[in-house]
Design a protein around this ligand. Structure first.
Ligand code: ZN
Ligand code: ZN
Length: 396
């Protein structure tokens, strides 16, 4: 398993470019005698199915597990022997570890097919999604005809994420929202250029940009004050530019031109999907107001949309039972995580849950350049998923 993780680490690939990674996964899965493997779903996604000869979806349970294929655009400073071969791209979210855990489950299913699948009538699905980091991959798969044709009735859908700053092998979970909803919003204003000596002859969007930036800065505070539920909302301005949006660097300045264009980008976050809608509406409203006030054209678009990951009560109960059975420490997280997870697209459609697997108190944080998935939690991930397969009879 360690060798497998390191091999995956070496070939780290960006979202929606996970070709070598997907091939590696498919080759491994093929050695585990699945009933069927389906490739290139939603670009590079993979679905492997193990089912009994007498499988009947009205009588037998289907349990699905997810891992992510993609890495991040982060250069790897580490010098270990399995360092990423792809410059500027590396596994800094531990998806190499998550894939390895699922491959470990595949190997287990191969060795225990009769006991786990044939005797119980169950169906197990291992799903590998592309483009988790950009929030695109889950929908790509769900909307792909190939997946729709499979018509998978999934009773329980689980995923895990390793969590730095939590002790190794601790299981962290909660009911309802587990990870926040979020979206990038892009607001573009367009006026008219003029000579910098005669700004009155043009339409310079500088004030629209600064007023919108201020509005966004106070948006979460003001929204929380007015909302009935006091759940977490957050707006973070991540980019603001006045002048040509195509310019390559901060030093690329045209002092002779009063500009026509401005762009403000923000990330909106909340624990509830409806609060995210509220933040989007308010931002759109303000942008429209400003466009009118300063006589500017307006374009609003969204990017990297993540639904909230929502855990059902039954699924969390199964996770808790699995942890207890394995003698693992379980922590109920009081508040959801403020980051977002593309797994939310699956929990919107299927009963399921995501849980956290502690990856060490002193492990660098996710997406930090010196993060590396700790191999000594892999077995716990495999054991948890196997226990979930065994336990899922409880609520038949
Ligand atoms: Zn990540
Ligand atoms: Zn991740």
């Amino acid at each position: 398993m360690i060798k497998t993780r390191q091999s995956l680490h070496k070939i780290a690939e960006l979202s929606n470019q996970e070709y070598k990674t997907a091939q590696f996964v498919v080759d491994f899965l093929a050695t585990c005698n699945p009933t069927s493997i389906h490739q290139n779903i939603g670009n590079t996604g993979i679905i492997a199915i193990w089912e009994s000869d007498n499988f009947d979806s009205t009588q037998h349970k289907t349990i699905a597990f997810r891992a992510e294929l993609d890495a991040l655009p982060i250069p790897e400073p580490n010098n270990f022997e399995y360092k990423s071969e792809h410059q500027g791209v590396s596994h800094k979210c531990g998806h190499d570890g998550h894939m390895t855990i699922l491959l470990g489950v595949a190997a287990y299913l191969k060795n225990n097919f009769y006991k786990i699948i044939q005797k119980t009538g169950k169906r197990i699905i291992l799903l590998f999604q592309p483009a988790e980091e950009t929030g695109e991959g889950a929908l790509q798969m769900l909307e792909d005809e190939k997946m729709q044709k499979l018509n998978l009735k999934i009773d329980y859908f689980f995923a895990l994420h390793n969590i730095p700053s939590y002790q190794k092998n601790l299981i962290v979970c909660r009911e309802n929202t587990f990870a926040a909803a979020s979206t990038g919003i892009i607001v573009e204003f367009e006026g008219l250029t003029s000579h910098a000596a005669e700004p009155q002859n043009g339409k310079n969007p500088a004030l629209a940009l600064s007023e919108l930036t201020q509005f966004l800065y106070f948006l979460s505070e003001n929204t929380i004050k007015e909302k009935e539920n006091k759940d977490f909302v957050l707006a973070t301005v991540v980019d603001a530019i006045l002048g040509e949006t195509s310019r390559k660097s901060f030093d690329d300045i045209a002092f002779g031109v009063s500009p026509a264009k401005a762009r403000v980008c923000a990330t909106l976050r909340s624990y509830l999907d409806e609060d995210l809608q509220l933040l989007s509406q308010r931002t759109e409203q303000k942008a429209q107001e400003l466009a009118k006030k300063y006589d500017l054209k307006l374009k609003i678009s969204y990017s990297e949309k993540f639904a909230a990951t929502t855990n059902t009560e039954q699924s969390v109960e199964l996770i808790q039972k699995a942890a207890t059975k394995l003698g693992l420490k379980y922590q109920n997280k009081e508040k959801p995580f403020s980051w977002s997870e593309d797994f939310g697209q699956f929990t919107q459609r299927f009963e399921g849950a995501m849980f956290g697997l502690g990856s060490g108190k002193n492990t660098p944080k996710l997406h930090h350049s010196n993060y590396d998935f700790p191999d000594d939690i892999t077995q716990t991930g495999i054991d948890m998923f196997v226990a979930l397969i065994q336990n899922s009879e409880i609520r038949s």
